[in-house]
Design a protein. Structure first.
Length: 75
């Protein structure tokens, strides 16, 4: 899961980071954060699936999570 790797690398460099994922990838992300020494790192969890959404629907969905994302990177 490259998003976890990227998030960890940003955090190690002092750059606050989080990631978006769908529910089906939650356990994999939790495990990978833990294995990289960042257990409990927050992420934004979207409902699954999203691959079938039209661009406008995906935009509407992700906009519902912007406040959560901002809270995570400014905490």
């Amino acid at each position: 899961m490259c998003s976890v790797h990227d998030t960890v690398e940003f955090e190690k460099r002092g750059i606050p980071a989080t990631m978006f994922l769908t529910q089906v990838f939650r356990n994999a992300a939790v495990h990978q954060f833990r294995s990289r020494g960042m257990g409990g790192h927050p992420f934004v969890e979207l409902p699954h699936p999203v691959s079938n959404l039209a661009p406008a629907d995906m935009r509407a969905l992700t906009l519902r999570y912007v406040d959560q994302m901002v809270r995570q990177i400014t905490a």
